[in-house]
Write a protein that binds this ligand. Structure first.
Ligand code: MF3
Ligand code: CO
Length: 241
């Protein structure tokens, strides 16, 4: 898991550095594909349930699962990069939203609140707490900042499979309340909308956008639960996430 996580985080950083005005999303996807293969790993997302690329790239009002293509990134866009790598039998999974050139203060606040909400959840990611303790911390922080949490998609266990039990929702509802135990590896991934929480899935069958057209951000790391501080397996690189 550590080896997979390291490659996945480096792929995110590479993609993030490429987020600049004039680049196409498929150029980023191609670079990430080659990087992951050079590391002796496989892109986890490629062909997953028919997904056609190595990275999900979701721009502005796109929340998740944007398919890379000929779209040219523009100054002021916010660009969510989600990537997974499979190495020696295990998956890493991580995401972050990057600014393209100079962005508006409100867009930057959306990115910052989304990232910080992950770290609020992380405070409860240790043995002795339960999954909904993570969920509650994320939800409380996001809603206190006036943004909303997407509910149709959630974090998850990650390991030999990209998606394993338990689900890790970013909101509290009447779900099960699984205990966190040392050795569990989880992908914690708040998806945060600037406006209301409603979503729409596009006709391509993948791209998920906000229903109200307002912008959305995403932040995700793969973490290891211990009896003390959690270990980040997709270690963010300074500035590059
Ligand atoms: N990265 C997503 C997750 O965090 C899964 C991507 S779906 C895929 O769960 F089809 F794009 F791979
Ligand atoms: Co995930």
């Amino acid at each position: 898991m550590r080896r997979a996580g390291k490659i996945t985080a480096a792929a995110r950083a590479l993609a993030g550095e490429m987020v600049t005005p004039g680049v196409t999303t498929q150029e980023i996807d191609k670079a990430v594909y080659h990087f992951i293969r050079e590391q002796g790993a496989q892109p986890s997302f490629l062909h997953y349930q028919g997904y056609p690329a190595s990275v999900c790239i979701s721009v502005n009002d796109e929340i998740i699962h944007g398919i890379p293509g000929k779209r040219v990134l523009q100054e002021g866009d916010i660009v969510s990069i989600d990537v997974g790598a499979y190495k020696d039998g295990f998956h890493g999974d991580c995401a972050a939203t990057f600014p393209c050139g100079k962005i508006s203060p409100e867009a930057q606040r959306l990115i910052d609140v989304t990232r910080q909400s992950f770290y609020e959840g992380l405070k409860f990611a240790k043995e002795g707490y339960r999954v909904p303790d993570i969920s509650r911390a994320i939800q409380t922080y996001v809603e206190a900042n006036g943004f909303s949490i997407v509910r149709e998609y959630v974090g998850h266990g990650v390991g030999r499979q990209m998606h394993e039990a338990p689900e890790v929702p970013n909101y509290v509802a009447g779900h099960e309340r699984p205990r966190l135990l040392r050795g569990m590896t989880l992908a914690v991934e708040p998806m945060v909308n600037a406006g209301s929480r409603g979503i729409r899935v596009m006709p391509d069958g993948w791209t998920v956008r906000t229903a109200d057209g307002k912008w959305s951000a995403h932040y995700e790391n793969t973490i290891l639960i211990t009896d003390g501080e959690p270990e980040l397996l997709t270690v963010p690189e300074p500035g590059g996430e």
